[in-house]
Design a protein around this ligand. Structure first.
Ligand code: NAP
Length: 248
C-alpha cells in the first residue's frame, strides 16, 4: 500500500547505509524525498538519481546535523521547493568508540552533537510548520545500545538514550496536533558503521543474536515506512526495536 503519495520527507544522513535505504523505500511508496549528507557528495547524488527513476522527486542538500543553522537552511529550502514537510527522519549518526578511560572530550562532544543535538536541530526547525499544518511524522533512529548499553560506547549509548527521552517528551507535547513522534532502535545492521567489526567480533555477535545474522538496511526502512504512514496514526512516543531478538 502506498499512502505516502504526495507526502514530503526529509531523511538526514541519506547518502549511505540505513538512511539511503529509508530514502529509497519512502520514494518507492510515492513520497518526495530530500536527503542530507555531511561529505559524501557523490553517494548523495547516486541516491537522488536512483530515486528519480522511481518517478518520485528527490533532492540532496549538504548539511551538518550538528549545526542548527544548517538544519534551518534545509527546512527553509524544502519549504521553498516542495511547499510542505510531512515526515522527518532523524537518521544521521556517528560513532567514536572507546572505553571511557580513553575517551577524549572531543569523542564525547562529536557524538552528542551529531546524534543528539542533530535530532533537536532538525526537529526544532520543522516543528512549527508541522504544528501549523496539523500533520507530522517524526521518526528518530536510535539503537538498542541506548536501551542496554555497550562497553566502549558510553558516548553513543548516551546519545541514543537521550533520543529516546526526547522522543517521549515531544510525543506528549504534540500528540493533540496530530503529530506522531517515535523511535526505531535497530540492533546490528549491515552498513559501513558495522563494517569495522572483524571476523571474530562478528562471530561473537552472531552467537548473541537469536536470528543468527545482522539486519539488512531495508529491514529497518520498512519499519520506518510503517511509522511514516497513516497506518500508525495511534502510535506515538514508542520505541520499536528491530534487532533479530537480541534484546528479547
Ligand atoms: P553510516 O553507514 O555510517 O551512514 C551515516 C550517514 O549519516 C551518512 O549518510 C553520513 O553522511 C551521515 N552523517 C554522519 N554525520 C553527519 C552529520 N554531522 N551531518 C549530516 N549527516 C551526517 O551509518 P548507518 O549505519 O547507516 O547508521 C544510520 C543511523 O542508524 C545512525 O543514527 C546510527 O547510529 C543508527 N544505527 C546503526 C546501526 C548499525 O548497525 N549500522 C545500529 C543501530 C543504529 P556522509 O555520507 O556525508 O558521511
Amino acid at each position: 500500500m502506498s499512502d505516502l503519495k504526495g507526502k514530503v520527507a526529509i531523511v538526514t544522513g541519506g547518502s549511505r547505509g540505513i538512511g539511503r535505504a529509508i530514502a529509497k523505500v519512502l520514494a518507492l511508496s510515492g513520497c518526495s524525498v530530500v536527503i542530507t549528507y555531511k561529505s559524501s557528495v557523490q553517494q548523495a547524488q547516486e541516491v537522488v538519481d536512483e530515486i528519480s527513476k522511481f518517478d518520485s522527486k528527490a533532492m540532496a542538500i549538504q548539511a551538518d546535523s550538528a549545526r542548527f543553522e544548517d538544519a534551518q537552511r534545509v527546512v527553509d529550502e524544502v519549504l521553498k521547493n516542495f511547499g510542505k514537510i510531512d515526515i522527518l527522519i532523524n537518521n544521521a549518526g556517528i560513532t567514536r568508540d572507546n572505553l571511557l578511560l580513553r575517551m577524549s572530550e572531543s569523542d564525547w562532544d562529536d557524538v552528542i552533537e551529531t546524534n543528539l543535538k542533530g535530532v533537536f536541530n532538525f526537529t526544532k526547525a520543522v516543528i512549527k510548520h508541522m504544528i501549523s499544518q496539523r500533520y507530522g511524522k517524526i521518526i528518530n533512529i536510535a539503537s538498542v545500545v541506548g536501551l542496554i548499553g555497550n562497553p566502549g560506547q558510553a558516548n553513543y549509548a548516551a546519545s541514543k538514550a537521550g533520543i529516546i527521552g526526547f522522543t517521549k517528551a515531544l510525543a506528549k507535547e504534540v500528540a493533540s496536533r496530530n503529530i506522531q513522534v517515535n523511535v526505531v532502535a535497530p540492533g546490528y545492521v549491515e552498513t559501513e558503521m558495522t563494517e569495522k567489526l572483524n571476523e571474530e567480533q562478528k562471530k561473537r555477535l552472531f552467537e548473541m543474536i537469536p536470528a543468527k545474522r545482522i539486519a539488512k538496511p531495508e529491514e529497518i526502512a520498512y519499519v520506518v515506512k510503517f511509522l511514516a504512514s497513516s497506518e500508525s496514526d495511534y502510535i506515538t512516543g514508542q520505541v520499536i526495536v528491530v534487532d533479530g531478538g537480541l534484546t528479547a
